[in-house]
Design a protein around this ligand. Structure first.
Ligand code: SF4
Length: 121
């Protein structure tokens, strides 16, 4: 039996949890105050994923950069691939919040969307 300590990030309480793992499956979670913690622990151990937030370059805009995020979480092991796309991306103003800038970011099937408006100069 393997155990893993982790902190729930689902709410500001940040419960410290212990997950018991058997054959790559989470069989028991303790320390969580609510069921969200157990669900988070299971997902974090079996298929960890995160929402990626960053900024992209903007041309002809009142700002040089626009903040962006993935519309959904992407597998943790694909974050660097997503960041590579973001690093190489330049978009044309105007940019509007929610605008889809990349439809299938790094082949994850997840959209990259703007989280800031940038007007034309
Ligand atoms: S287990 Fe529940 S109460 Fe604890 S941090 Fe997670 S969401 Fe918050």
């Amino acid at each position: 039996m393997e155990t893993r300590e982790l902190t729930c990030i689902c709410c500001p309480m940040g419960c410290s949890m212990t997950a018991e793992i058997e054959n790559h499956e989470v069989v028991k979670v303790t320390g969580n105050t609510c069921p969200r913690g157990a669900a988070y622990a299971k997902k974090e151990i079996t298929s960890p994923s995160r929402t990626v937030t960053s900024s992209v370059h903007v041309t002809h805009g009142k700002l040089l950069m626009a903040s962006v995020k993935t519309k959904e979480e992407v597998p943790k092991e694909r974050i660097m691939d997503v960041m590579e796309v973001v690093r190489n991306l330049t978009v044309e103003a105007p940019v509007t919040i929610g605008q889809v800038l990349v439809e299938d970011c790094a082949g994850t099937g997840v959209e990259l969307v703007a989280t800031r408006n940038v007007d034309v100069v």
